[in-house]
Design a protein. Structure first.
Length: 311
């Protein structure tokens, strides 16, 4: 099974359990309702075909660029600012006299800008865990509704039906706002976009640390070791050097020690992110951040590691 096709079977982010012990008031809160989106199994039949469609799209050839690997963080959140800003501005102008032309330009700009935002969002969505996929699907549905309403709004305005166009525009803004709220839940509550390996430097004390007997790590085979609360990937090359990275993938915490090693790189078994073993650089996505890399040495028969910036 390929790394991409394993998405549906990887461990979930666990959001479905958050409301199990909640009080009645907590269970009826907005965060609790949003959490429940991640448990909607009724959405599952649509997820597989949509994932396959995204992965087989001709744009998959530039998938890393769409993820934002070149930028160092996901590209989608930056692109959505244009349609949301344009549509919000149009809604304000619709309350003022003499602004019909400006509103049309802004709505048209938002409709056009929504397309690349949707493409990058779909690319990121296809490489998530199941609860995130469910929430992301609802997020996308709200945004598609917003795009449809704004397209209809622009059409009505161009035909001289200004009042209808404004009503459709406010409907579109409502749908876009709902989509944005769900997107915020996906990004922050479910942590769909942040660098999962960022805490590692804060969990490792400066200096050298023993992680096990040096001869316990075989040549040419990725293995795991623990350094306090941090899991490590240890790989001994045939020529002698030992490469050590944080084991949990920066993308979705996949176990790199269970991945494949080739050409000096390790590929995550969950979603296919590839990192250079020598320094942790993210060669290809969906990970947009490099993997923390450790210096390694053998001393008195023990393997010791430290972060490069450590004294």
């Amino acid at each position: 099974m390929s790394s991409e096709s394993s998405t549906a079977t990887t461990p979930s982010s666990g959001t479905s359990s958050e409301t199990s012990a909640a009080t009645p008031s907590e269970a009826s809160s907005l965060p609790a309702w949003l959490d429940r989106l991640g448990t909607l199994r009724a959405l599952d039949p649509a997820i597989g075909p949509l994932q396959n469609a995204v992965r087989k799209s001709p744009l998959s050839r530039v998938r890393d660029a769409l993820h934002g690997t070149w930028l160092g963080h996901p590209l989608h959140p930056a692109l959505v600012q244009v349609p949301l800003g344009a549509w919000s501005s149009a809604a304000l102008l619709d309350l003022l006299p003499g602004t019909r032309r400006a509103s049309r330009v802004l709505i048209g700009t938002g409709v056009v800008a929504a397309l690349p935002a949707a493409v990058t969002g779909a690319t990121d969505w296809a490489a998530l865990h199941k609860p995130q996929l469910r929430v992301g699907l609802v997020h996308a549905a709200a945004n598609v509704a917003a795009l449809g309403l704004y397209t209809a709004s622009l059409t009505a305005r161009l035909r001289g039906r200004e009042c209808r166009g404004r009503m459709l525009g406010y409907g579109g803004l409502t749908a876009a706002g709902l989509g944005g709220m769900i997107g915020g839940h996906l990004a922050y509550r479910q942590a769909a976009g942040p660098n999962k390996a960022e805490p590692v430097p804060h969990l490792v004390e400066p200096g050298w640390h023993q992680v096990g007997k040096a001869d316990s790590f075989p040549v040419g085979q990725p293995t795991s070791a623990m350094l306090g609360d941090v899991r490590l990937l240890v790989y001994r090359e045939s020529a002698g050097p030992v490469r050590v990275l944080a084991d949990r993938c920066a993308h979705q915490s996949g176990p790199l020690s269970e991945g494949t090693v080739a050409d000096g790189c390790v590929t995550c078994p969950w979603h296919g992110s590839t990192f250079r073993l020598s320094d942790g650089w993210n060669v290809s996505g969906p990970a947009t951040a490099p993997q923390p890399s450790f210096e390694a040495r053998e001393r008195d028969g023990m393997l010791e590691v430290r972060l490069p910036e450590a004294g």
